[in-house]
Design a protein around this ligand. Structure first.
Ligand code: SF4
Ligand code: SF4
Length: 445
C-alpha cells in the first residue's frame, strides 16, 4: 500500500499559491458586446491570416474577415456585426504591433450569424473534418494558439494511439478550463469523440489536477461507454500542464529531446480546444468568442466571461467593475508564463486564457542581484536544465553555448525565476535568447 499517494507526477517543479478561489466557483457569464472589436491577423502560431475585407465594409457576425494563408494558419472571423472602420497596425498582446481589423460594432444588431450548415461529423472523412476545423478558425485555447486542425492531420507515417486532453490548468488564478469542464463536459466529450474518429486513435485520457474535484466529477458523470475515454486526476504541481510533464504523468514515458509527442504515438489538446471542436459540430459556428478568467486582487469583480474575440482589455476590465487603486500590472495568461500588458487597447485574442490584475504588493521588485549559486533553480527545473549556467551564458550573449546546454528544451515555464532569491529574470533571458538564436540562424540561412 502506498501511503499519501499524490497521483502521477514529475520530478522537480514548484508549488506557487493556487489562488483559484477568486473565480473557481463562479459560473461562466456572457459579457455584452463592446462598442468596438479589434481583430489582429496574427492570433495563432504559424502564418498570419490574409486580409479579406476593406475599410468601410459591413460585416455580419461570423463572416470571414481574413483567410488562412497556408496549412499552418487559421482564418479570423468577425466576432460582432458592424462596420470595418480601419485596417492597420494595432497593439498586440505580445507587446508588438500587428495588422488588425477594427470593427465598430452595430449596437442595434441582434448579433445573429448568417444561416449556416451544421456539419454531421459522423458522415465526414478525416480530411473533411480537418478542413471544417480549419475553416472554423479553431486554435489551441490553452495559450499557445497552435492551429488545432494541424494536430488532427499528422504525417502519414506516424499514428496516434493516445489523445491526452489537458485539463491540468496549473497556472495560479486561471479557472477557464476548470469551468469549461464543470459546465460543458458534454462538449469536451464530443470533441474527444471527434478527435478519436479523425485520428483513428485508441484512447483518450483527460488529465485534471486534483484541485478541481467538481471538474473530475462532471467529466466522469458524462463519460461515454462506447469509446475508451477516462479521467486521470493529477498531482497539483507547477508546470503539470506543460505538454511533456503531462505526457510523462499519463504514459510514464518521456518525449525525447528534440522530438514531438507524436513520436510516442501521443497527441495533446487542451480541454477548451476539445470543447471548441465539439461546439463547431454542434452549432456550425466558427470561433468567435472565448472564455476568459478575469482575476487577481487588482480587479474589483473577478469573473469567468464569454468574451467576443477582439474585445479590448480596457473594456473587459470595465465590465468587471474596473481595477482597484493599488492595481499595478495587467497580465495576459497566468502570472508564471503570462505577458504583462502596457496598453489597455490590446485585444483579447483566441489564445488569451486570462487577464490577471496584480497589485503593487505582488509585482516583483525589478532589481536583480548576482547569482549566489544556491542551486534552487536546478532543483526547480522540470527539464533538468541548469538555469544558473544558462543565465550566465544569456547575459554574455553566448547563444551557441546555450544551445549546447539544451536551451531548446527550455519551455519557458518560469519555475526557475519563481525560486531565484537573486530575482534574476531567468525565463525572460531564455526567451530573449531563443529569439536571438532564431534571428542568427535566419541570417545565416
Ligand atoms: S536560483 Fe538564482 S541565485 Fe540560485 S543558482 Fe539559480 S540563478 Fe543563481
Ligand atoms: S524556464 Fe526553462 S530553465 Fe527555467 S525552469 Fe522552466 S524549463 Fe527550466
Amino acid at each position: 500500500m502506498r501511503l499519501f499517494y499524490r497521483g502521477p507526477h514529475f520530478d522537480h517543479g514548484v508549488h506557487p499559491p493556487e489562488l483559484k478561489e477568486l473565480t473557481s466557483h463562479l459560473p461562466i457569464r456572457r459579457m455584452p458586446y463592446p462598442d468596438e472589436v479589434v481583430l489582429p491577423l496574427r492570433q495563432h502560431a504559424g502564418a498570419p491570416a490574409k486580409l479579406a475585407v476593406n475599410k468601410g465594409d459591413r460585416v455580419i457576425r461570423g463572416d470571414t474577415i481574413a483567410t488562412a494563408s497556408g496549412f499552418v494558419s487559421a482564418p479570423v472571423h468577425a466576432s460582432a456585426s458592424g462596420t470595418v472602420v480601419d485596417i492597420g497596425l494595432w497593439p498586440h498582446p505580445d507587446g508588438t504591433m500587428s495588422d488588425a481589423v477594427r470593427i465598430e460594432v452595430d449596437r442595434y444588431s441582434p448579433q445573429v450569424t448568417r444561416p449556416r450548415m451544421v456539419p454531421h461529423w459522423e458522415g465526414l472523412t478525416p480530411k473533411e473534418i480537418v478542413a471544417a476545423v480549419q475553416n472554423a478558425g479553431v486554435v489551441g485555447l490553452g495559450g499557445a494558439a497552435f492551429p488545432t486542425h494541424v494536430k488532427l492531420a499528422p504525417p502519414p507515417d506516424v499514428s496516434v494511439e493516445t489523445i491526452i486532453l489537458n485539463g491540468a490548468e496549473c497556472e495560479p488564478y486561471l479557472t477557464t478550463d476548470h469551468r469549461i469542464m464543470v459546465e460543458y463536459p458534454g462538449r469536451v466529450q464530443l470533441g474527444a469523440r471527434i478527435m478519436l474518429h479523425t485520428l483513428g486513435a485508441k484512447r483518450v485520457v483527460i488529465g485534471v489536477e486534483r484541485n478541481k474535484p467538481d471538474a473530475i466529477e462532471a467529466l466522469r458523470a458524462t463519460l461515454p461507454t462506447d469509446i475508451d475515454v477516462s479521467v486521470l486526476p493529477l498531482t497539483v504541481k507547477y508546470p503539470q500542464g506543460a505538454e511533456k510533464m503531462l505526457i510523462h504523468a499519463v504514459t510514464g514515458r518521456e518525449v525525447p529531446s528534440g522530438k514531438l509527442p507524436v513520436s510516442l504515438g501521443v497527441l495533446v489538446q487542451n480541454v477548451g480546444s476539445a470543447a471548441s471542436i465539439g461546439e463547431v459540430f454542434e452549432t456550425g459556428l466558427p470561433l468567435l468568442e472565448r472564455i476568459v478568467t478575469v482575476s487577481g486582487p487588482g480587479v474589483k469583480h473577478p469573473a469567468n466571461l464569454i468574451v467576443p474575440v477582439g474585445t479590448k482589455v480596457g473594456d473587459l476590465l470595465d465590465m468587471c467593475g474596473g481595477v482597484t487603486d493599488d492595481a499595478a500590472e495587467i497580465v495576459f495568461g497566468g502570472p508564471m508564463m503570462g505577458v504583462a500588458q502596457g496598453n489597455l487597447d490590446a485585444p483579447i485574442i483566441k489564445g488569451t486564457t486570462g487577464v490577471i490584475v496584480l497589485t503593487f504588493a505582488q509585482v516583483p521588485d525589478a532589481r536583480s542581484y548576482p547569482c549566489i549559486h544556491c542551486g534552487r533553480c536546478l532543483d526547480a527545473c522540470p527539464m533538468m536544465l541548469n538555469p544558473s549556467l544558462l543565465g550566465d551564458l544569456a547575459r554574455t550573449g553566448r547563444y551557441g553555448e546555450m544551445e549546447a546546454e539544451h536551451l531548446a528544451d527550455c519551455m519557458l515555464c518560469g519555475s526557475c525565476t519563481y525560486v531565484c532569491p537573486s530575482n534574476i529574470p531567468l525565463a525572460q533571458l531564455f526567451q530573449a535568447s531563443k529569439s536571438a538564436l532564431k534571428r542568427v540562424k535566419a541570417g545565416a540561412a
